[in-house]
Design a binder for this molecule. Structure first.
Ligand code: GDP
Length: 317
């Protein structure tokens, strides 16, 4: 058990959905939380990152900053997804080591597993096969980050660990249709169709792919749990342990939003990887379980969306 009491914890990426949830969760611990927006330190700027870390001297770093996006954004901006993520994680991990940070938590993502990994995906499936082409740019960067933590641990004996969250959703999500993941995208489309008095919902692809989803507050809880209870070279999967088809998810979202009608499938859009369910066994063995069901999580997310439409990154840009 590693205590967080009295520790100074730098949460990189606190304005993102995950970083914000981590800050909310850490507020329940007796620790000092350090954050810095891009206006204060651009994590792509090595000199700025080094100077910031030397000045603030955190005990622990949680690296939740990343350039993220859904299937279309990944496919459209490959250079940004690869470069921005590589440089941010390199700067933060190396910068943390330089100033003597003993514990660091890096966030991977379930999309870094091979496209045809065995399901549920065990941690050991990493680097055993080709990646899903639509998000390989992001995946390559995240794999490098994971390996960087492992390398610093191996070479320098520091306690740098990695958590591997599944598809996340919740308050603070990106509802911009060209960049968003499936839940905020379908939620917004269903909401706008209902507002316009229309029926039915158009879903990208065939509706057949299966995805696992975890509410971001559950994810933040699991990450803090790992910081407190885990120390090891291997990353740890963080998931709900259940998956649904995109078609079933879309029906559930229609239900939450109160939209009637049928589903339509736009097969000109990609399906992506056929299934992505991670094995939760390692995290369960450590003693952590999720507490928010998909239905409750979707209802809470829709309530947040209704309250925050003006600020919910709605613009199509
Ligand atoms: P992925 O998990 O990396 O594939 O990312 P996404 O969350 O973007 O997509 C998950 C699945 O939902 C894919 O099969 C998409 O084709 C499907 N999907 C259906 N409708 C939408 C939509 O409106 N937006 C997005 N982003 N995905 C959609």
């Amino acid at each position: 058990m590693h205590t967080l009491t009295g520790k100074k914890i730098f949460v990189a990426g606190h304005r993102g959905m995950v970083g914000a949830a981590i800050v909310r969760r850490l507020e329940g611990e007796d620790c000092e939380i350090v954050t810095a927006g891009r206006d204060i330190v651009d994590l792509r700027d090595q000199a700025a990152v080094r100077a910031f870390l030397a000045d603030r001297k955190p005990d622990i770093v949680i690296l939740a900053a990343a350039k993220v996006g859904g299937i279309l954004a990944n496919d459209t901006y490959p250079a940004d997804f690869l470069y921005d993520n590589l440089i941010m994680e390199t700067n933060v991990i190396e910068g943390a080591f330089r100033v003597g940070v003993e514990r660091l938590l890096f966030l991977g993502s379930s999309c870094i597993y091979p496209k045809h990994a065995p399901q549920p995906i065990p941690e050991g499936a990493l680097l055993t096969g080709p990646l899903e082409p639509t998000n390989e740019w992001y995946a390559i960067a995240k794999i490098a980050g994971l390996k960087l933590c492992e390398a610093y641990r191996k070479q320098h004996g520091v306690d740098y660990i990695s958590g591997m969250p599944t598809n996340l959703y919740g308050p603070g999500d990106n509802f911009d249709l060209e960049k968003s993941h499936v839940i905020p995208a379908l939620m917004r489309k269903a909401h706008e169709a209902k507002q316009a008095g229309e029926t039915g919902l158009t879903v990208w692809g065939s509706g057949a792919p299966r995805r696992e989803f975890l509410h971001v507050d559950d994810c933040a809880d699991a990450l803090v749990f790992l910081l407190q209870n885990y120390s090891g070279a291997s990353h740890v999967n963080i998931g709900s342990g259940n998956d649904v088809t995109i078609a079933d998810l879309a029906r559930e979202i229609m239900d939450v939003v109160g939209l009637e009608g049928a589903l339509h499938f736009d097969r000109s859009k990609p399906d992506g990887t056929p299934r992505k369910l991670m094995s939760n066994d390692r995290l369960a063995a450590l003693g952590w379980r999720p507490s928010i069901t998909l239905g409750d999580g979707l209802r809470a997310t829709y309530a947040w969306f209704l309250d925050n439409q003006a600020t919910a990154r709605l613009k199509v840009s």
